[in-house]
Design a protein around this ligand. Structure first.
Ligand code: ATP
Length: 271
């Protein structure tokens, strides 16, 4: 069977309500939602709709979530692929796969294409990396550039790409008419962590009344949205394991300890 090149989701349910904090980033992508919904409003005045935007920020901060929310809010299909899978799985055929992806997205336009870990494809040309052949990656990157240049401003396909290493990207990607907008998606501050806790408490069935999200936000400096989602889920599992009927404050604190332990271990492996 053929390995899956990309994922295509129609009827995306994710909305801006699911994305906590990130007010600045949400404001910027709101404009993209508006382009997708009312392209004529912009093109009638001679404006060119952007073709791409780069979401830049540390892991787990909600870049994928935000991209999906753009598709959900605009009610357009969401085509997604991971740069690293792409480079590993499609040796020799990367460029033709990129062509297929854009062809399909154009047929279903308006649409969003989301490329996670674009640095795996979009590293500066001519610089060696550790995975796979460079020529192959460069062909894939060149095809991506060609596709972005090739589709007209009225195609209504907008490409969002995520990276935590904007510094290693080939500058050709950032040229006008390509990913000429950069949107920063940073780690949450204490107020944003509180909002993220509130989003991820929603699916928990029984949370003890004593749980104070402001307190939890203060206990979790440096945590990403993904870490907080993890804490909430882990707290529910810890409470259930002990046969409790509701998830309480101590379960959340134990979950934080467990996640901090995990993060420390991860850092130890890296250093
Ligand atoms: P990576 O760079 O590792 O791919 P990412 O920035 O794309 O990470 P996501 O995959 O969007 O991060 O986040 C993972 C999960 O963490 C989300 O599905 C969501 O559950 C939670 N999350 C992250 N950020 C937020 C946020 N701002 N609001 C609510 N949930 C969040």
């Amino acid at each position: 069977s053929k390995a899956k090149l990309f994922d295509e989701k129609t009827d995306v349910k994710t909305s801006f309500k699911d994305v906590a904090g990130l007010e600045g980033a949400k404001e910027e992508v709101q404009e993209i939602v508006d382009f997708l919904k009312n392209p004529e409003k912009y093109t009638n005045l001679g404006g060119k709709i952007p073709k791409g935007a780069l979401l830049v920020g540390p892991p787990g901060t909600g870049k994928t979530l935000l991209a999906k929310a753009v598709a959900g809010e605009a009610k357009v299909p969401f085509f997604s692929l991971s740069g690293s899978d792409f480079v590993e799985m499609f040796v020799g055929v990367g460029a033709s796969r990129v062509r297929d992806l854009f062809k399909q997205a154009k047929e279903k336009s308006p649409a969003i294409i989301f490329i996670d870990e674009i640095d795996a494809i979009g590293r500066a040309r001519g610089k060696a990396n550790f995975s796979g052949s460079n020529d192959e990656r460069e062909n894939t990157l060149n095809q991506l550039l060609t596709e972005m240049d090739g589709f007209g401003t009225n195609t209504n396909v907008i490409v969002l790409a995520a990276t935590n290493r904007a510094d290693v990207l080939d500058t050709a990607l950032m040229r006008a008419g390509r990913f000429d907008r950069q949107i920063y998606v940073d780690l949450p501050d204490v107020r944003e962590r509180r909002e993220i806790f509130e989003v991820h408490l929603r699916p928990l069935k029984k949370v003890a009344d004593e749980l104070d999200t402001e307190f939890m936000a203060k206990q979790t400096p440096g945590f990403s949205g993904a870490d907080i989602a993890n804490v909430c889920n882990e707290a529910a599992l810890i409470a259930a394991r002990q046969g409790k009927s509701a998830v309480g404050r101590q379960d959340f604190l134990d979950a934080v300890d467990r996640i901090v332990g995990g993060l420390e271990k991860k850092n130890k492996i890296i250093t």
